[in-house]
Design a protein around this ligand. Structure first.
Ligand code: AMP
Length: 285
């Protein structure tokens, strides 16, 4: 299929394109991504398509959200494939800036969300959410979308962005899309491409752990210890899995819970070799 997606690389051009759309009364919707698209990203596009008139996808592997020893250099990329997939789910325009376009020489301004960015992935990746909040602020300022769609797969990121948008009066409606999974339950992720066949088989332990916790919760278990140790047991049974964190948190404040309330976020991160996978579920939802 030939791509009909308009590709824009310069922030100034993107600003102009969106300004024109808004002036003619059209609603602009943004789906931010780092590319190497899969069904999870495309599901957000389908949600976005219904929310407005001009659907913009950004494809930018944002260096400021990677730590020094992380996978920035090997992060998978496939722009040609991405544009075909984007076209097939109604994306009108792809914003694909270069690193220098977003962070020119002498760049020195960053946005930080405090409490929400500290636990979970923030504790393990201390500069990650600062990079995310900064790039999302820049994308919102360039594109000025009416709405933007983010995945619940990155649950903490979604909460950080909701807070950022409200605190900074960015005036963008934040819409969440549910986690899309492979048939065996593994959450889709561009990083799944790094896994060996054995690791990919074992990666089902994240979702199996979450499902077991949901089952216990359904039977009335509320103690964090019991819920978390059940998940840990399932993950640690896999020879290549190394737990980074498994935690029970308040779904909105992300404060640690010793007892689940009516709802509780169970989030985990697990390494397979150098590859770090995350997943989560909101118990009681
Ligand atoms: P990324 O390209 O990994 O930065 O992800 C871009 C957007 O897609 C983020 O809002 C993610 O939360 C979302 N996303 C990634 N994986 C999934 C998935 N499996 N299901 C739903 N959304 C996802």
């Amino acid at each position: 299929m030939s791509s009909e997606v308009e590709v824009i690389r310069k922030p100034s051009e993107m600003e102009e394109r969106c300004e024109q759309a808004r002036r003619s009364g059209r609603k602009v919707v943004l789906v931010p991504t780092m590319g190497y698209l899969h069904e999870g990203h495309l599901s957000l596009c389908r949600i976005g398509r219904k929310l407005g008139d001009v659907l913009v996808m950004s494809i930018f592997v944002n260096p400021t959200q990677f730590g020094v020893n992380e996978d920035l250099d090997r992060y998978p990329r496939d722009l040609t494939g991405d544009l075909e997939k984007a076209s097939s789910c109604g994306v009108d325009c792809a914003f694909v800036p270069g690193v220098r376009d977003m962070y020119p020489p002498r760049y020195q301004t960053f946005v930080e969300v405090e409490e929400l960015a500290r636990p979970l992935c923030g504790a393990k990746r201390p500069t990650h959410f600062r990079g995310v909040a900064t790039v999302v602020t820049k994308l919102f300022n360039i594109i000025r979308p009416h709405a933007a769609v983010f995945g619940e797969k990155d649950y903490q990121q979604l909460q950080v962005i909701r807070r950022l948008t409200e605190d900074m009066n960015l005036g963008v409606e934040i819409v969440a899309g549910p986690t899309v999974r492979e048939p065996d339950g593994v959450a889709m992720s561009s990083r799944n491409a790094y896994l060996t066949e054995v690791q990919r088989g074992q990666a089902t332990c994240l979702n199996r752990g979450l499902r077991r916790a949901a089952e216990l919760f359904g039977q009335g278990e509320r103690a964090a210890d019991a819920l978390l140790s059940a998940v840990r047991q399932i993950v640690e049974a896999e020879s290549e899995a190394r737990v980074d964190y498994i935690e029970l948190r308040h779904p909105e404040t992300l404060e640690e819970l010793t007892e689940a309330g009516d709802q509780a976020l169970l989030a985990l991160a697990v390494f397979f070799g150098d590859t770090r996978l995350i997943d989560n579920t909101v118990l009681g939802r």
